[in-house]
Design a protein around this ligand. Structure first.
Ligand SMILES: C[S@@+](CC[C@H](N)C(=O)[O-])C[C@H]1O[C@@H](n2cnc3c(N)ncnc32)[C@H](O)[C@@H]1O
Length: 210
């Protein structure tokens, strides 16, 4: 459990009834273009599992994780028949139960922006550990362009607590800074538009493990 732990909020957010799976993220398409055939992918914070399903549908070997047990159970029920897709309960902000250089890619769609700088730094190191050299880190995070930026109490630079909901907004500069030490070929794109039918600002990032 970390200082700004959001697990109970997420459990309450998902509720007791099965959540309809969200639409596949558009980011998946650009990620698929980077991956070699039969890549081993670790997804962090998979939610309803549709992105994992898309990666598995393209022939990749996917382990999709989330810390909400009901979400993982629902995904197993819906998608458990796919031989190249497994679901696991796992926290993003604690050591991962996988060996060094296990994965060709780590994918995180709107899930790395909940942690303070120190924890984010340790998460990036842990991602780097489980990636093969040259493996891809592919992620999307809310950015300071998002309409919710600045709402609530600023607890760290660009990190706000809005009635218990914590968000750490990633500027391009911040993402660059995080990846400088252990990643190369960093590509960052900024986006403004709609996510989950709401106005949003976010960045997408692709980088290779050095
Ligand atoms: C905004 S949702 C994104 C879900 C999915 N990636 C998508 O784009 O539809 C964030 C997800 O991250 C999970 N999550 C948040 N903090 C986490 C943590 N510390 N460890 C594991 N999962 C976490 C939540 O349970 C939730 O499913």
């Amino acid at each position: 459990m970390t200082e700004h732990d959001q697990r109970d909020l997420w459990i309450a957010n998902y509720g007791d009834t099965p959540v309809p799976p969200p639409r596949t993220s558009t980011f998946v398409t650009t990620c698929l273009a980077r991956l070699g055939p039969h890549s081993r992918i670790l997804e962090l914070g998979c939610g309803g599992g549709t992105d994992a399903e898309a990666f598995a549908g393209a022939g990749h070997e996917v382990v999709a994780t989330d810390f909400v047990p009901a979400v993982i159970a629902g995904n197993r029920e819906r998608l458990g028949h796919l031989p190249n897709l497994t679901f696991a309960i796992m926290r993003i902000d604690q050591p991962y139960p996988y060996g060094d250089a296990t994965f060709d890619a780590v994918y995180a769609h709107l899930t790395l922006h909940y942690f303070d700088h120190d924890i984010t730094t340790s998460i990036v190191a842990e991602i780097h550990r489980v990636l093969k050299p040259g493996g891809w880190l592919l992620f999307a995070c809310k950015s300071p362009d998002d309409p919710s930026f600045g709402k609530g109490i600023e607890i760290e630079p660009d990190m706000f607590d809005f009635h218990g909901k914590v968000r750490h907004f990633f500027s391009e500069k911040y993402a660059q800074h995080l990846l400088t030490k252990c990643f190369t070929d960093v590509e960052i794109q900024t986006h403004r538009g709609k996510l989950y039918r709401q106005r949003a600002g976010w960045i997408t990032v692709a980088a290779r493990a050095a």
